[in-house]
Design a protein around this ligand. Structure first.
Ligand SMILES: C[S@@+](CC[C@H](N)C(=O)[O-])C[C@H]1O[C@@H](n2cnc3c(N)ncnc32)[C@H](O)[C@@H]1O
Length: 245
């Protein structure tokens, strides 16, 4: 494993030989590979090869440039600067990475992306590993393998609504962020899930009967953080919660 990445890991992972697939370390805690996590891991593994194409072609036909604009609006809320360490939880195929502000020299960023789906990570690696200083790890958001206080930027887009352990994932993002870090958590609103994911032939079987309450999620952000803000974007289809550790 790359020594820079190894230095970010908790000591117990530094000393063992970590299994890798396609050069991506696998640190999945089986305890969290049940229920919705396992269901969506399989769904994203299956969808991974077509994910970018669907968003680029179908997303564009249906919504024009709006998805890109929403991604860019989210990402620009983070405090990007040269030479910082970045953690993207549930990086997927990495589409947001193209929206890192141009004011930052991307080559100076030390970016780590994690995801429960190896399929999504493989696609991400294909698209970005030559363009960015990017390390990927296959793990669950509920059990991040990193040291406390490790990253200057921590964010998550697009999966937490149906994580098995939303509270655990939030606690983990806070734990691995350095003191003072602005953290961002964004995903689709319940309304958009009803109108889009429960209607689309591609996804309706996976989302049948699923519900999500934004207030419940907001209540999981502990009072130890500051500057807690929730914004709704794109006519209330997307929410974005930011706060500072
Ligand atoms: C809608 S996709 C979003 C991907 C990417 N963030 C984006 O905006 O394109 C949701 C992602 O969350 C990941 N995911 C789902 N449950 C997870 C979990 N418990 N831990 C880590 N990642 C998870 C999926 O594998 C998938 O890549």
């Amino acid at each position: 494993m790359d020594p820079d990445l190894a230095s970010k890991l908790k000591p117990q992972y530094r000393e063992v030989a970590v299994k890798e697939t396609n050069g991506i370390p696998v640190l999945l805690n089986k305890q969290f590979l049940t229920g919705d996590n396992e269901k969506y891991r399989k769904m994203y593994n299956w969808m991974s090869r077509g994910y970018d194409l669907v968003e680029t072609v179908v997303g564009r036909l249906k919504y024009g440039n709006t998805i890109n604009n929403v991604r860019s609006a989210n990402i620009s809320k983070l405090e990007w600067r040269d030479n910082c360490s970045v953690l993207y939880v549930s990086i997927g195929t990495g589409r947001d990475l193209q929206f890192i502000p141009v004011t930052v020299n991307k080559k100076t960023l030390d970016i780590v992306g994690v995801d429960i789906s190896m399929g999504m990570l493989k696609q991400c690696k294909k698209s970005y590993h030559k363009k960015l200083n990017l390390s990927l790890i296959n793990c669950c958001a509920e059990d991040l393998p990193f040291n406390d206080n490790e990253f200057d930027i921590v964010f998550h887009v697009g999966g937490i609504n149906f994580f098995n352990g939303k509270q655990l994932a939030i606690n983990e993002m806070i734990r691995v962020a350095k003191k003072g870090t602005k953290i961002l958590i964004a995903d689709e609103t319940a309304d958009f899930i009803e109108k889009q994911y429960k209607k689309s032939n591609l996804t309706k079987n996976y989302f049948a009967g699923q519900t999500f309450d934004l207030h419940d999620l907001e209540a999981m952000i502990p009072n130890t953080v500051t500057e807690k803000t929730t914004e709704l974007l794109w006519d209330d289809r997307f929410y974005c919660i930011t706060f500072r550790k």
